[in-house]
Structures are given as C-alpha cells and as structure tokens.
Design a protein around this ligand. Structure first.
Ligand code: HEC
Ligand code: HEC
Length: 339
C-alpha cells in the first residue's frame, strides 16, 4: 500500500517536473536549409528529456545519418584496423567491457565528454577529437574510395572529403543513438508497472535514503556535470579526473556523471572499471565512500555519515530498479546496427 501511494506521487511529480522541458526547438540560430536531394530526419525527444539543440550547420538528414552509421562501422577511419563499433558495440549499449569504453546513449543531450571532460561542447566537437586526435583519420583513403566521395558530395556538396565532414556525419548518427524505451520509460508512459522490488528501488534511488537522483538525474540519468563520488582519497594518474584537464585543485577526483541508462550492459564500472558488478557499485555507495577535500557535499549529509546502511533487500531492490533502465529496443534497433 505504501509503495502504491509513492508510485502515484512519483509518477505525477515526475510528469509535472519534466513535461514540456523537451521542446522541439532545434537551434538558437536559423538552421541552414537542407539541400533538396536530402530527406529531413526527425529525432524523437521524450518530454522528460532536456531541450535538444542541433547546430544550424549540421541539420539531420536520413542520408547524413546513414553515412555516419557506415563510417561508425568502417575500419577505414583508423590506421590500425579498428572501427568505432569495435569498442562501442551495440549489444553493450555501444560500450565494450574490454577497453571499458563509455556507452553511446543519448549523447545528443550531453555537453561534456570523456570521463575527465577533456572535450566540452557539441557532439561535433567530440567527434572532431575522435577523428583528428584519437584516430588520426587519413582522409585520402576516403577520397580514394569507390563509394565515399559520392555519399559525402550529396550531403556536404563539396568536391573533397574533410575530417570536419567525417565528424559531422558521425555526429548525425550518434544523435540517433537514443534510448527511450526501457521498462522505466514504459512505466512513465503508464504502459507498464514496476514490481514491488523495482518500485522500492526507485523510491530508494529517488529519495534522500539512497540519494542517487541528485547526480544521476531522472530523464537522462546523468546531470552533465563532474563530481567526486568517493572512489579514492589519494589521486594519481587518471584517478585525478577533471583536474587533468583544468589543473584546478577543486576538480581533483571529479568525473563526468555517467548515464545509468542501460547500465546493466556496461560493466565494468567507473572510469577505471574497478567494479565488476552493480552489486559492487551499490556496496561502494553503501559503505565504501572515501573522504577527500573534493568529495561531493552530498556525502557529508547526516544520512551518509555512517554509510547508507541499506539492508541487503534494499541493495538488491536498487539493483532491480537499475535494471529497469535496460532498453532492449535500443540494443536490437536495426537502424543502429552494422549496415
Ligand atoms: C580502442 C577502443 C575505442 C575505439 C576504437 C573508439 N573508442 Fe570511443 N571510447 C573508448 C574509451 C576507452 C572511452 C573512454 C575514454 C576516457 O574517457 O578515458 C571512449 C569514449 C568515447 C566517447 C565519450 C562518451 C561520453 O559519454 O563522454 C565518445 C563520444 C566516443 N568514444 C566516440 C568514439 C567514436 C566516434 C569512435 C570512432 C571514430 C570511437 N569512439 C572509437 C574506446 C574506443
Ligand atoms: C555526487 C554525485 C553522485 C551520486 C550522489 C551518485 N553518483 Fe553514481 N556516479 C557518479 C560519478 C561522478 C560516477 C563516475 C565516477 C568514476 O568513474 O570514477 C558515478 C558512477 C556510477 C556508476 C558506474 C556507471 C558506469 O557506467 O561505470 C553507477 C552504476 C552509479 N554511479 C550508480 C549510482 C547509484 C545507484 C547511486 C545512489 C546510491 C549513485 N550512483 C550516486 C556520481 C554520483
């Protein structure tokens, strides 16, 4: 009975708080018109997502998205036989356990990228980094290929392929990697109900008791910000996080809050993959948070002073709730698979 009441309160509060935040306002500037040969692509944006902004000079087209998809799966971009999809694999929500790569889930709504936030801005900016810096893509291979010049010309209307165009096409495809059909989404749309354990997990997650929602906020399940979530008390190497980018002592040990959508599929966890299971992660928040000067203030609240003190039932309920964020439509979507 108690959780039933909660469920109604939560669903209503959520809808009121979140409805209408995702306007279909595409850009601040006037979008550049698509060439007539191209078909406009409309991205679905749930009402409980933030506003979607698409740069004026990279409007989505069916053909542009398709080109980006082809590139994402093509080893031609790298100089060592790898494609983006080798490390960003659909069955793992476009992450991969071996290099512990980050998932590609709703990145269209993100403005901070990589664990330490090395790149901030638009998807076009992180794609330019991936192409120019990470892959050091050799565009002569693309220019000499039998298929790419025609495809690029149709979309970008220029005679030779540039790394900027590659980045733009990839950004178009990655914008379509949107996950909006998990069990939790269906619950928000009144299409299904949560089990008593999942509902209890949701309540823990979304109240001061578990306190997850402040950083992994409902909707995207991240907050486009950096936090120190108590993984370490001494910081060396990659564990320094955003400090590596800014050199500012206040950023020591802070990382981009990862989305928890499809988190069941994205093990191992944290920037260095230190936790193998979701149970390990919950135990970290329950009893393993380490003190340091930059530790997020949330963990200094009275309910955190001696750990969260969750019962084993509560811990497993939290995990059950996290698993409602798995979206099988997304990982089986043929439009996102190898072309
Ligand atoms: C060798 C494996 C590998 C390949 C190939 C690879 N990535 Fe990644 N990717 C990673 C890893 C690992 C991370 C996390 C790096 C970090 O922040 O420490 C990452 C992070 C990212 C992110 C940041 C996501 C976020 O939430 O901030 C994006 C975007 C991305 N990769 C796109 C691409 C694209 C596009 C390609 C192809 C051009 C590509 N990656 C190829 C391993 C790879
Ligand atoms: C103060 C902000 C904050 C709070 C509160 C918080 N998290 Fe996190 N969470 C983060 C950050 C930042 C990371 C990434 C840290 C890293 O990689 O070192 C993270 C990582 C995770 C991961 C790993 C995801 C992945 O892809 O590797 C999971 C799972 C997770 N948190 C779940 C939770 C749960 C469940 C709660 C509540 C019990 C919670 N978080 C509370 C900020 C927070």
């Amino acid at each position: 009975m108690k959780s039933f009441n909660y469920s109604i309160i939560f669903a209503l509060a959520l809808m009121i708080a979140l409805v209408a935040s995702c306007r279909k306002k595409e850009t601040e500037e006037t979008p550049e018109p698509l060439p007539e040969a191209l078909t406009p692509y409309t991205l679905n944006c749930p009402p409980y997502f933030p506003q979607l902004i698409i740069p004026a000079d990279n409007q989505l087209s069916v053909e542009g998205v398709e080109l980006g998809r082809k590139l994402y799966y093509d080893t031609i971009l790298s100089n060592n036989g790898r494609a983006c999809a080798n490390c960003h694999t659909q069955q793992y929500a476009f992450s991969n356990p071996v290099p512990n790569s980050m998932s590609h889930v709703n990145l269209a709504w993100n403005n901070k990228f990589l664990w330490n936030g090395l790149v901030e801005g638009k998807l076009e900016d992180i794609m330019a980094f991936e192409v120019n810096v990470f892959f050091n893509t050799d565009v002569t291979k693309l220019n000499n290929s039998s298929t790419y010049p025609t495809l690029f010309k149709k979309i970008f209307n220029s005679t030779s392929i540039t790394t900027q165009q590659v980045a733009y096409a990839l950004a178009q495809f990655i914008r379509t990697q949107s996950s909006t059909n998990s069990k939790f989404d269906k619950y928000l749309r009144y299409e299904t109900t949560l089990s008593p354990n999942e509902m209890n997990g949701f309540i823990l997650y979304n109240t001061e008791k578990g306190d997850c929602f402040h950083c992994h906020s409902l909707g995207l399940f991240n907050d486009n910000a950096y936090h120190n979530n108590g993984n370490d008390s001494v910081f060396v190497g990659v564990n320094r996080g955003h400090y590596e980018v800014t050199g500012n002592a206040n950023d020591m040990g802070k990382f981009k809050t990862p989305t928890l959508r499809n988190v069941e599929l994205t093990a191992p966890y944290m920037h260095d993959g230190r936790f193998a299971t979701l149970e390990d992660v919950i135990e970290h928040y329950n009893s393993g948070v380490k003190q340091s000067p930059t530790l997020d203030p949330i963990f200094s609240k009275p309910n955190h002073l001696f750990g969260l003190q969750l019962t084993s039932q509560e811990k497993s309920d939290l995990v059950a709730f996290l698993k409602t964020l798995t979206d099988s439509t997304f990982i089986n979507n043929p439009a996102l698979s190898h072309p």
